[in-house]
Design a protein around this ligand. Sequence first.
Ligand code: SME
Length: 163
Amino acid sequence: MPTASQAKDLRAELAQLASVAKSGRDLMSAMVKLLHERMLKYNWVGFYMIEEDPAGKPPILVLGPFEGAMTPHTRIPLHQGICGAAASSGKTVVVDDVSKDSRYLACSLETKSEIVVPVFVRGKVVGELDIDSHFPAAFKDEDRNLVEYCAGLIGTALSKSPA
Ligand code: SME
């Protein structure tokens, strides 16, 4: 959990990254790197972005920029996983103990808790920021605020330039 001053510093750095990023995708890469480096309990940090199917099949979440170990889940249908739940509901999902959540798709055996925050562009979910922790109940209100701030920066960047 970030202290108030840590969260303030991190927000300033994130806003600075957002002001110099060349594209939404660039900002996503810089953001996952910073969060993974700085937040010691954020052990996997990555984006999943919604890909529409041109042939009219259901949309799917596709792994975007991430930091941490490679995950077996590179494409997640919207009706699966905690990732699918956040994207389809448009709501932040915090899971304190992933072993007790039947929606959970395992990424690493070490993962104990997870937060997934949707990214909106013009009121529509276009993707999400997913963070896993090796620590149970790692995501408190301060973390939720920070991760929602990050997702908001990405939504703003993507509304200016495509991913
Ligand atoms: N745990 C996620 C899958 C993605 S990995 O955590 C990177 C889920 O249940 O949707």
